[in-house]
Design a protein around this ligand. Sequence first.
Ligand code: URA
Length: 240
Amino acid sequence: MRINKFIAHAGVASRRKAEELIKQGLVTVNGQVITDLATTIKSGDRVEVEGTPIYNEEKVYYLLNKPRGVISSVSDEKGRQTVIDLLPQVKERIYPVGRLDWDTSGVLILTNDGDFTDEMIHPRNEIDKVYVARVKGVANKENLRPLTRGVVVDGKKTKPAVYEILKVDPVKGRSVVQLTIHEGRNHQVKKMFEAVGLPVDKLSRTRFGNLDLTGLRPGEARRLNKKDISKLHELAVRQK
Ligand code: URA
C-alpha cells in the first residue's frame, strides 16, 4: 500500500495532508526518513509520523451534536475544550470531518477514516450541508438572490446555494434563513451572508447529507452504523 494511503487509513491525516507530512520529512519507515511519495508499505514495516508509531485500526464513525463554545480540532494549545473531549469513551484516534466554528453548533462527523474524510469534504461530491442562520436584517428574495448564483468570498465565487426564509421579524430587524451548500470553506456561511448584507448572529448546521440531529442533545454523540455510512458514500458517488 502507498505510504500516503497507509497514513490516511491509520486515521492520522487525509491523503493530501499525508503527502505534505511526507514532503516535510516528518515520516519514517523502519527508522529512515522517506520523502518519496511512491514509497509502498509492506506488512511488518514500522511507520512513524513525527516520531509517533502508527498502525491501522478499525474504522469508526461518530455523529456529534456540537455545542457552541467547543473547538473542532483534536487538541488546543490554549487548553480550550475540543470536540474530542466530548467523546472520552472513544479509544480510536478520531478527528472531525471538516470544521465548525467555535460558536457554531450542530452536525459534526468524527472518524479515523482519512479516505472517507476526503470523500465527504470534496465539493465535487456535492453532499448537502444545511445550515440555519439567525441574521441581522430583514431577509427577502432580493437580498438573498445572489446566494443562489454565487457570491465572491475570499476572491473566489461560491457555488450556487439554495435558501429558504424560515422567519422574518421586521420589528427587531432580524431573520432566520436556512442555507444549503456543498462546499466547506473557512467561515463560508458567515461570509456568504455578510456578502449580501445580512451578518450572522447565530449559526447551526442542521444536516450533513442524510444525517441530522434527531435524538441528540447538544454535546451528545452516537456511533454511525454501516447503513448511515453507505448512504453517505452513495450520496457522494451519485454525483461523480
Ligand atoms: N460556515 C461558517 O461560517 N461557519 C461554520 O462553522 C460552518 C460553515
